[in-house]
Write a protein that binds this ligand. Sequence first.
Ligand code: NAD
Length: 251
Amino acid sequence: MDFTDKIVLVTGASRGIGRACARMFAEHGARVAVHYHASRAAAETTLAALAGSGHLLVQADIANPAEVQAMVSTVIEQMGGLHVLVNNAGIYEKRPVAGLTYEGWLDTWNKNIQTNLLGAANAAFCAAQHMIAHGGGRIVNVSSRGAFRGEPDSPAYGAAKAGMNAMSQSLAKALAPYGIIVTAVAPGWVDTDMAAEHLAERADEMRAQSPLERIARPEEVAYTVLFLASEGVEFLTGAIVDINGASYLRT
Ligand code: NAD
């Protein structure tokens, strides 16, 4: 996988899967736009760990449409283009239906849709405008096993990720004529800060979900993201790739 001369925007790259993606793209020759929301210091740590040069830090609240548009424009203007967008930024909140107030329910749905679905949709739109005008590109969306398996503790999260899957497939069809390849990955549990609280409560049960008896490492998700962004996988457009260690097998 060679990303020499490629410009890659990874959202939510201050930590976790996004940081692993940023590092791996840079190791494979890309110039990387490291997007972050509030954690500038952590994003700077990501930036400092990147191989090569010509990388950029870019700030935006992914739930804010104007900031998303400015983020994509900044990358294009300051880096000279955009070849790959990785829509990775996301939130997970445990919000079981039982015991939740109506206000709490509305709040979690709004946050999940704004951040996990609309943020990615808006970034995809803005990136696609540039890619359409410049001969194509790649969009890889970081979805979740929960879109398929169900998310009893966070129905809004499962629905937002299912929406992301449907969006990925619609965009794969709409954008193929422009040379834009759109895919998604659907990880099960991954060892990041997002999973930390749950690991503290029920690590054994989470590991036992996979016959590999562990959860995924962020680098394993990053490796698949790079693969989907690489040359030669064009006919995978529209694919949603499970990264769940056989914990949930869909047919
Ligand atoms: P993480 O919490 O470590 O990272 C999430 C990133 O998204 C952070 O950098 C955060 O700043 C960013 N982000 C959140 N809200 C934002 C906003 N409003 N604006 C801009 N950035 C924002 O978690 P992670 O595990 O690295 O998650 C990355 C992606 O992988 C998410 O989309 C998540 O849903 C997905 N995922 C994670 C797991 C898991 O078990 N960790 C499983 C399946 C899918």
